[in-house]
Design a protein around this ligand. Structure first.
Ligand code: GLN
Ligand code: ZN
Length: 761
């Protein structure tokens, strides 16, 4: 192994090519296997990963990329940030770790939240004035030794100390003004201990990730970064230090790190808009390695190697040495395209999953070191694929493009709300505080089996339709019996709110094995949006109209919004996201028109992921929100004034997008609020939407059934900021993960609470 980084990847998937870790974890949690068996599976997965990275020819191989659950939690445990309430359970180390991750009966888990703007979720560490950091757990060293024994020296990867603290929250006993960052010296001391031990093990490089600096940061936070790496860099005994920042441009942090006494910095050239001018004014880079993240670690397209090489070439004079890598860890893409047997044969060659991306990095590294001729075959191959994709007829649909080019301003505007309100009141005649649900009803094993049987081909289409209709009828009868005001069909036909639409739109492909870790053992299989999007035929109309035919109550049609469809897919990178969003919006708009024509007077377009795509840097927010809002309005503005358009958002923290939610101009907006006890209405301008609003009054993330009085209290709290003519009564989100026993009771209480509060108006 050379002493330079050369070619590398910043991290690798760990769930297993066939989700072996998921299955082993779930077996262990269900006590079907013991700890040793779980550890054996983990060891085999680590060995397989190391061997495949080595065989692929990477110059520097990342280590410690494995995790039983989450790498942020691993970092917390490594340095002793285990909250006392978990330590006091008296469990063994592995079960204490799982208690923090998943909770135990007597104790909820740590809070979980999204890892920057990805769909990966990490556990939020708790840090307080009493947290005493030290090298408390030696798993990192074990992984280093295990790799060395396999003949694969590694560069251990850890979350950097400053990012770790920026992702932490004050522990429950800390005062309100406590800032986790105030403990940075102590934490850096613990990292120093680890670095010294790694050096003694003969580890040459260590990678400390600081992605938090791809977002806007204060002077104090930047100063903490400077001090942390000055102090780690001047340790007498340590490996060489490599600090990458990713998911955007590193900004001021790059200046600081280029001056710090470390050996390498990593820059994301895919997500970040990095100007060469900004790099050329950093003299500190001249004696460092610049690790250029040129292969997209978050998306699934083959890399334009010529372009990547051209970028690398411009860097050559700016740094002491230029190495190549993925833009971020490959955790966010599936393992291997070759495992797919059912992919569209025209689209498959355009794709690169983790294994293919490793090869791309290796080719780039060789081209830089040995010259382009050494890899001319690989470069020619990539060139062929890139141009085939660019020219493919499958990618372009002129009708879709013409339609987009001829959009008029009125296509994103509806009548004034007053006009709509009167028309809807007349059409629907709803009472004040109308009750409804967010769409899905519990997905029983029977429903799942029926869908699976259709997919396998062991159930004919007519039988499938009959069974789904029976399910819809059951759900409609239940809602009538409960006395809900606006009914839904229950979504039994949908595996997932994005996948379902992707399967019915052109321009999307689906994978069989393309699993990506979302959190712990949970994986998602995002669809791949590769071409222009259109809707060949109605998608939901048949189910929705069947539901409507069964009842005199209004039935709400249920669609997924364009932004959410993009957020939960792998999206083409050959045109602006805004254009792709508008294409999806037009497809949804067609569905809205058809639902309306079929007699549905209420249509909900869900945008739970609206906030997920919000860029990390504030100066990009406005542009994003502009097109996101426009896409939603394009999807919904074809509706008549008398058609009531609902939207639904969840995954909390709406503060910075309230203005955008208002601009969606939906007639009714339902938002998650039960857990925060309606705070969402007090803290923000939700009350000022001036239109209908349904703050959730039943927390569907918990098996708990809320009492009538509790719901009534929440409604009375909501009435302090929202007039009764605009307040809706609904759960926080869809009910599909709950069971019928809970849901029936909770909805009965919800309807009763609404009735009680209505009487007091
Ligand atoms: N309509 C969807 C459902 O009820 C909404 C899900 C969501 O917001 N995540 O399942
Ligand atoms: Zn939701």
């Amino acid at each position: 192994m050379t002493s330079t980084i050369g070619s590398t990847v910043l991290g690798y998937p760990r769930i297993g090519p066939n989700r072996e870790l998921k299955h082993a974890l779930e077996s262990y949690w269900a006590s079907r296997i013991g700890e040793q068996e779980l550890r054996d599976v983990a060891g085999r997965l680590r060995a397989d990963t190391l061997r495949s990275l080595k065989d692929a020819g990477l110059d520097s191989i990342p280590g410690n990329t494995f995790s039983f659950y989450d790498h942020v939690l691993d970092t917390a445990v490594t340095f002793g940030a285990v909250p006392r309430r978990y330590a006091e359970l008296g469990l063994g180390p592995l079960d204490t770790y799982f208690a923090m991750a998943r909770g135990v009966e007597s104790l909820p888990p740590l809070e979980m939240t999204k890892w920057f703007d990805t769909n990966y979720h990490y556990l939020v560490p708790e840090v307080g004035p009493d947290t005493s950091f030290s090298l408390a757990e030696r798993g990192v060293l074990d992984q280093v030794r295990e790799a060395a024994a396999l003949g694969v020296p590694v560069r251990p990867v850890l979350v950097g100390p400053v990012t770790f603290l920026l992702l932490s929250k004050p522990d429950p006993d800390a005062g309100p003004d406590f800032d986790p960052l105030s403990t940075v010296d102590s934490l850096v001391g613990a990292y120093a201990e680890l670095l010294a031990e790694l050096a003694r093990e003969g580890v040459e490089w260590v990678q400390l990730d600081e992605p938090a600096f791809a977002a806007d940061r204060t002077e104090a936070e930047l100063a903490a970064l400077r001090e942390a790496y000055t102090s780690l860099g001047t340790l007498p005994e340590r490996p060489k230090i490599f600090v990458p920042g990713y998911f955007g441009e590193f900004g001021d942090a790059l200046d600081i790190l280029s001056e710090a006494p470390i050996e390498a910095v990593g820059v994301d050239f895919v997500a970040g808009e990095v100007s060469l001018d900004s790099l050329s004014v950093l003299p500190g880079l001249r004696d460092k390695t610049l690790v250029a993240g040129l292969v997209d670690g978050r998306n699934v397209w083959r890399t334009d190697l010529d372009r990547a090489l051209a970028t690398a070439a411009t860097l050559l004079g700016l740094a002491g040495e230029v190495a190549v890598s993925t833009s971020c860890s490959l955790l966010h893409v599936p393992y291997d395209v070759e495992a797919e047997t059912d992919l569209d044969p025209e689209v498959a060659p355009w794709l690169a999953f983790a294994k293919q991306k490793v090869s791309e990095v290796v080719v780039l590294g060789r081209a830089l070191r040995e010259g382009r001729d050494a890899v001319s075959g690989e470069l020619a191959d990539a060139r062929r694929v890139i141009s085939a994709r660019a020219d493919a007829e499958r990618v372009r649909d002129e009708r879709v493009r013409r339609r987009l080019a001829t959009l008029r301003p009125e296509d994103t505007r509806r009548d004034d709300y007053d006009v709509r309100k009167a028309a809807q009141q007349e059409a629907l005649g709803l009472p004040p505080l109308p009750t409804t649900t967010i769409g899905s009803f519990p997905q029983t094993p029977d429903v799942r089996r029926t869908r699976a049987a259709l997919r396998r081909g062991s159930l004919d289409h007519d039988t499938y339709t009959r069974r789904m209709r029976a399910e819809i009828e059951r759900v409609v009868r239940l809602q009538e019996e409960l006395g809900l005001d606006v009914l839904v069909h229950g979504e039994p036909e949908r595996n997932d709110m994005v996948q379902y639409f992707a399967e019915h739109l052109t321009g999307f492909a689906s994978t069989e094995h393309g699993w990506v870790q979302s959190y712990g053992s949970r994986c998602v299989r995002p669809p791949i949006l590769f071409g222009d999007v259109s809707r060949p035929r109605p998608i939901t109309v048949e189910w929705a109209t069947y539901a409507a035919s069964l009842t005199d109550k209004p039935v709400k049609g249920m669609l997924t919004g364009p932004v959410t469809i993009l957020a939960w897919s792998f999206v083409r990178d050959d045109q602006p996201l805004a254009d792709t969003a508008k294409q999806v919006a037009l497809a949804i708009r067609d569905e809205v028109t058809d639902l309306e024509a079929a007699g549905l007077g209420v249509i909900q377009v869900d945008e739970p992921a609206l906030r997920e795509l919000l860029p990390l840097r504030a100066h990009r927010h406005e542009q994003y929100l502009r097109w996101a809002v426009e896409a939603f309005r394009l999807a919904t503005s074809g509706a008549r004034a008398s058609t009531q358009v609902h939207t639904h958002l969840c995954y909390s923290e709406f503060g910075d997008v309230m203005g955008a939610i208002d601009a969606l101009d939906a007639d009714v907006t339902s938002i998650e609020a039960a857990r925060s006890r309606m705070e969402v209405l007090r803290d923000t301008s939700a009350a000022g939407f001036g239109r209908g609003v349904g703050p959730g009054v039943y927390d569907i993330h918990s098996p708990r059934v809320p009492e009538v009085e509790e719901i009534a209290r929440l409604l009375r709290a909501a009435l302090e900021s929202v007039p009764p003519s605009r307040l809706w009564v609904n759960p926080d989100c869809g009910l599909k993960t709950r069971n019928y026993a809970e849901v029936e009771l909770a909805l009965r209480n919800l309807v009763e609470a609404a009735a009680q509060v209505r009487h007091t108006l």
